[in-house]
Every structure is written in structure tokens, then in C-alpha cells.
Design a protein around this ligand. Structure first.
Ligand code: C5P
Length: 425
């Protein structure tokens, strides 16, 4: 079992509802958070206490319970998967028509989750052209139909229409869940391009044991490197003191310590690069002199004054020197009290640095650095907002790379390319 998902199990009004108890039980046993939504008719076959006990969640069939929690859409929005078992002929017709006259109907309509149905009915109803058409409509929309099988039906009838066994339904449901969770195959839209990414935080030595540094973990830069590799690029990562090991097949890693070392490494890699992403937190200043020996507090007394000198701005230098067809992306990690002030700082930086794109993010004592998520606004060289992204650092990297592809006119080495530097060059 992988991680726990939210699964809605719709129960409609057929005798096979008793078998659906097994479906709910197996999904709970597999570690999922299961919410049962029965129809009123289903409750005539199996009562509410059974569903609550088996699913370990509260259950209602009514649209009008818990209205404040907007239950009629909340469950559908939260669901990773919806399974309707048993699905009667009537419920298949309602699903095909998109009717929302009960809690199950609204839940399904309000959801983007994949839908699995397990029909159960008498043979004549299953073979009726109306049911055939409804099932065909549902299949066309991507609904997965499990069964029905053949066997004993209610009464003395025997034939096609018997609901599949709980383990078959659950196996199919879990396959659908797994397929929907699998990451989409990334577009190879950086195919053949050379991408240089800087990541981490530089360290400026004061003496043999001390340095001036920053809290950058390098996670965002590493996410860029991984995303660019997945999109077909040849990637060089210039890494300054990353928080963890980077063991990524096919990634060239150059380790550096100071801003000057980073400048040398990035500038030389950039000579043949199509895209440069400066995600590293580069020290703006370095100590004017580095003590050969450990600075002693006995010699300095109660106050120690450090004299710092400015480091070269690698990003601004790259942007100014970029070749036709080369795309340069910078970062602006800012501490600002409001979004407007953040964007204002970003706009000023975008025009000063001259990069094609500037990724602005809010950092502070708790935000940005070190976390697995990020929230960014992407500006163009003139400071206009061209994209926004929030989520995992990988998702943010992909959103920014989408913009890189757009700026370059789409496609990898053989397809398009910017040709000319932007007016801000
Ligand atoms: O000016 P500021 O440090 O906020 O700019 C951040 C952007 O500039 C980042 O992309 C960072 O990698 C880059 N930078 C640089 N060289 C410096 C300082 C920052 O390339 N000396």
C-alpha cells in the first residue's frame, strides 16, 4: 500500500448492497479514508450503522445534513476516487444524464476524481438498450465499468447482471487510483538543450573555521535540475552547500563554496548553455580579507567589526552577456509584508538584473528556505507578471520551465529557440 487516499463509495439501491460492505471493508483495510454515500434506496438494504461502522466515518444519504460543511460538493472535491457499487440501472442512467438530485449525484458531479462503477441488475435490465446506451456514454467519458458477472440473481433468476465480487472491484479501483496518481510523462520540450542550474547557498570564509552564509537548502535548484532532466535537457548543477546528497542519474554536479567560485563555474558552463537558472542564494558581500588564522576573541575585545566588499552579480553579468537564443532566469527571494510590496521589489529587480524571467518568492524565518513547497510569481524582463505557481518545489520548477519554453518560442534544440535576446538584454 502506498499513501492513504480519500475514496467515496456510492451505494445504490440493490440487493448487492450487502456485498458492497466487503468493498468498503477491503478499501479501509488497504489504508484508505473511505466515505460511504448511500442513496435512500440503498439504506433499505443495508442500514446506516453498518456503513458507519465499516467505513469508520460518519455517513448520511441526505443533501440536507451538515449543510454548513457544504457536504454536497465537499466530498466530491476531496475525493481521489469514486466507486459506485452496486450501480443499479437507475443509478447508471442518472450518472449518464448527470442528475444531481441526491447526495451521491452532487458528489459525483462536483468531483474530478476517476469513477469506477460496478453494475448490478437483472439480465433484462442490463441488456436493455437504454442501459447499454448509458453504459456506453459512461465508458466514453472514461468511467471504468467493472463486471457485471453471470450467476445467481435475486429470486430464482440466473444470468448476466450479478455484481462482481468485492475483491475484483477493489483490485480494479486500486489500479485506477494508482494510474491516476502516477506522474504524467513529462513533455520532452527541453530535448537536447543544455541547462545550467545554480543551487544552494554560497559561503564566504572569515577565517579557516568560520564563514558568512545563508539558509538556502538548494531544494528549489535541485528540483529545477530534476525537472529539466526529465524534460530532455543535459543539465549541469552548480551546487553550493546543498542540504542533502544529490544522487541523480545523468546530472553533472560541480561543487563550489564561495560566490567567486560559483561565478567561475556558472560562467564557464554558461558559455555553451541554452538556459541558465540562477536559483542559488549568492552572497552579495564577502569579507574584505580572510584571516589566515582563527580570529581570537581575546585579541578583538567586546566588539568585532567586519569589513565586507561586494561580490560580482553573476546573474546581471550573465544577462548582459547572453548570446542570441540563450535564456537567463533569476530568482528574487524577498521579505515583504504584502504581495504588492513583494511584486514591487520584484519589478525593480527584474529591470535591474535584465534576466528573461525573474522568479519572485517570499522568504522569512519560516517561509521559502528549507521547505518542500514554494509559492512564486514569475515576472518577465520588464517586470510584468507572466505566471504564478504554488506547490511542491518540483511543480514550481516545472511551471517556471513552462515559461522558459514559452519565452524560447517552444520546443527543444531542434524546435524553435529564441534567436534574439529579449529587449531587456
Ligand atoms: O540581488 P539579489 O541577491 O536579491 O538577486 C537574486 C538573484 O541574483 C538570484 O538569481 C541569485 O542567484 C542572483 N545573484 C547572483 N550574484 C550575486 C547575487 C545574487 O547571481 N552576487
Amino acid at each position: 500500500m502506498t499513501d492513504s487516499k480519500t475514496i467515496v463509495v456510492g451505494i445504490t439501491g440493490g440487493i448487492a448492497a450487502y456485498k458492497a460492505v466487503g468493498v468498503v471493508r477491503l478499501l479501509v483495510k488497504a489504508g484508505h479514508d473511505v466515505h460511504v454515500v448511500p442513496t435512500e434506496a440503498a439504506l433499505r438494504f443495508v442500514g446506516l450503522p453498518t456503513w458507519e461502522a465499516i467505513s469508520r466515518n460518519s455517513v448520511t444519504a441526505s443533501l440536507y445534513d451538515d449543510v454548513a460543511a457544504v457536504r454536497h460538493v465537499a466530498l466530491g472535491q476531496a475525493a481521489d476516487l469514486i466507486v459506485v457499487a452496486p450501480a443499479t440501472a437507475n443509478s447508471l442512467a442518472k450518472l449518464a444524464a448527470g442528475l444531481a438530485d441526491d447526495l451521491l449525484g452532487t458528489t459525483v458531479l462536483a468531483s474530478r476524481a476517476p469513477l469506477v462503477v460496478a453494475p448490478a441488475m437483472h439480465t433484462e435490465m442490463w441488456s436493455n438498450p437504454a442501459t447499454r446506451a448509458n453504459v456506453a456514454t459512461l465508458r466514453e467519458r472514461g468511467v471504468v465499468v467493472v463486471g457485471p458477472g453471470s450467476g445467481a440473481l435475486t429470486g430464482t433468476d440466473v444470468g448476466e447482471g450479478r455484481m462482481s465480487e468485492p475483491d475484483e472491484i477493489v483490485a480494479a479501483a486500486l489500479r485506477v487510483l494508482e494510474a491516476s496518481a502516477a506522474p504524467a510523462v513529462p513533455a520532452r520540450d527541453l530535448d537536447g538543450l543544455r541547462v545550467v542550474v545554480s543551487a544552494g547557498g554560497t559561503r564566504e570564509p572569515l577565517d579557516p573555521v568560520r564563514f558568512l552564509g545563508n539558509r538556502s537548502s538548494g531544494k528549489q535548484g535541485v528540483a529545477f535540475a530534476r525537472a529539466a532532466l526529465a524534460r530532455g535537457a543535459q543539465v549541469t548543477l552548480v551546487a553550493a552547500h546543498l542540504a542533502g546528497e544529490v544522487d541523480v542519474a545523468g546530472l553533472a554536479v560541480i561543487d563550489v563554496t564561495t560566490a567567486s567560485e560559483m561565478a567561475l563555474a556558472v560562467e564557464s558552463a554558461a558559455e555553451i548553455a541554452d538556459v541558465v537558472v540562477m536559483a542559488a542564494a549568492v552572497a552579495d558581500y564577502r569579507p574584505a580579507s580572510v584571516s589566515e588564522t582563527k580570529i581570537k576573541k581575546d585579541a578583538e575585545g567586546d566588539e568585532l567589526t567586519l569589513r565586507l566588499v561586494k561580490n560580482p552579480d553573476i546573474l546581471a553579468g550573465l544577462a548582459a552577456a547572453r548570446r542570441p537564443g540563450q535564456t537567463v532566469v533569476g530568482f528574487a527571494a524577498e521579505t515583504a509584508p504584502t504581495r504588492d510590496e513583494l511584486l514591487e521589489l520584484g519589478r525593480t529587480k527584474a529591470t535591474r538584473k535584465g534576466a528573461d524571467l525573474l522568479v519572485v518568492n517570499l522568504v522569512g524565518w519560516a517561509a521559502g528556505f528549507g521547505s518542500d513547497d514554494n509559492t512564486v510569481v514569475v515576472l518577465d524582463g520588464a517586470g510584468s507578471v507572466v505566471a504564478e505557481s504554488a506547490g511542491s518545489k518540483r511543480a514550481v520548477a516545472d511551471a517556471v520551465l513552462d515559461e522558459v519554453v514559452r519565452v524560447r518560442g517552444g520546443g527543444g534544440a531542434g524546435v524553435g529557440g529564441a534567436g534574439e535576446p529579449s529587449p531587456s538584454a
